[in-house]
Design a protein around this ligand. Sequence first.
Ligand SMILES: Cc1cc2nc3c(=O)[nH]c(=O)nc-3n(C[C@H](O)[C@H](O)[C@H](O)COP(=O)(O)OP(=O)(O)OC[C@H]3O[C@@H](n4cnc5c(N)ncnc54)[C@H](O)[C@@H]3O)c2cc1C
Length: 375
Amino acid sequence: MNAACDVAIVGAGIVGAACAYECARRGLRVVIVDRDTTGSGTTAAGMGHIVAMDDSEAQFALTRYSQKLWQELRPELPDDVEYEQCGTVWVAADDEEMQEVEHKSTYYGERGVTAHVLDEKQLRTLEPNLRSGMKGGLLVPEDGVLYPPCAARFFTERAQELGTRLRFGVSVGHIGEGRVTLADGSEIRAEFIVNAAGASAPDLTPGLAIKKRKGHLVITERYPEFVRRQLVELGYLRSAHSVSSDFVAFNVQPRRTGQLWIGSSRQYGAEHKEADHHMLVRMLQRAQEYMPGLGQMLAVRVWTGFRAATPDKLPLIGPWPGDKSVWLATGHEGLGITTSLGTARILGNQLIGTKPEIPIEPYLPSRSTREHVHA
Ligand SMILES: Cc1cc2nc3c(=O)[nH]c(=O)nc-3n(C[C@H](O)[C@H](O)[C@H](O)COP(=O)(O)OP(=O)(O)OC[C@H]3O[C@@H](n4cnc5c(N)ncnc54)[C@H](O)[C@@H]3O)c2cc1C
């Protein structure tokens, strides 16, 4: 079957699905192709923390913009997306991290994000199952959590209602010069082809500076109220920063079911899906250092996923300099659930030629052909 459309999107993870919905909303004729189904890739492995992050101004701009878009969309989200504005507590283990809390609080405050510095006692009152002796923390009430695969399905269904065609269960072998070639021999012709294939994006666009960065997650049995907010150690950013070493950080999320998701780990060079025992042990030991009670809990499942990591930790959103029909929406590392909405919005702006609401230069793929900062 050969078909023509305005936009062909490869990848129906949360990013591709959000882009499909955005393009369809703007009246474009869209086809979305996935070798599996919607939300089945890294999206199914992600934690779903919707978080304003302050690693860089560009990261803050995209995460905060996206967070606001999630808040606007909230009334329309179906129940199974499980959006909860539970807030984040960044946990400080010592005095040095308390200084970081102050710094973070000022940064957020100057940019209009509400944040409350917690002393040791306030932290214990909010999250009594943290180990005693933690110095304090930072509560960021507007952060939230959701269930990523259902969010991706929601976008796909919305796009479909607006006329988007779905081609699931078929792999894309090649994209370029206005053509998407599928493994079943069919071809889709499109003015714009969006590579939203996540960590597999370089298979379709050779030369993309994206590396797979593996992560593990554990889900427990139900322990309602054991944790009330997304809890993250302040050292998490150091783990996200590292471009070479393997890292673990304390990162626990309460689910609506009463279950807990326990993360997180980061590894380069491990491209098999199976869990790596040594990383799992390190990750769970780290979690128990912060919350000893986790050691008594039953884990029901462990899984892994691959983040699409770029050298400068910012996604690639916009035209690919190597082919004028190819556009990118990939490279979201550990923030693609949060930033899917902002990505879709600024990609839509670029395709249609309307003014984006935030500066888009930091995310343009042309930067990666100018800079060679990969370790
Ligand atoms: C352990 C872990 C925890 C995370 N926690 C968070 C979090 O709390 N908050 C947050 O914001 N982000 C988080 N992330 C990151 C987030 O999950 C990803 O950034 C996001 O899911 C990326 O979505 P995507 O649509 O780009 O990629 P994917 O979900 O991987 O989608 C890509 C799709 O492309 C399809 N595809 C690939 N190649 C082809 C091909 N050749 N032909 C056809 N189809 C193809 C795949 O089947 C897949 O469905 C986490 C990630 C991990 C691993």
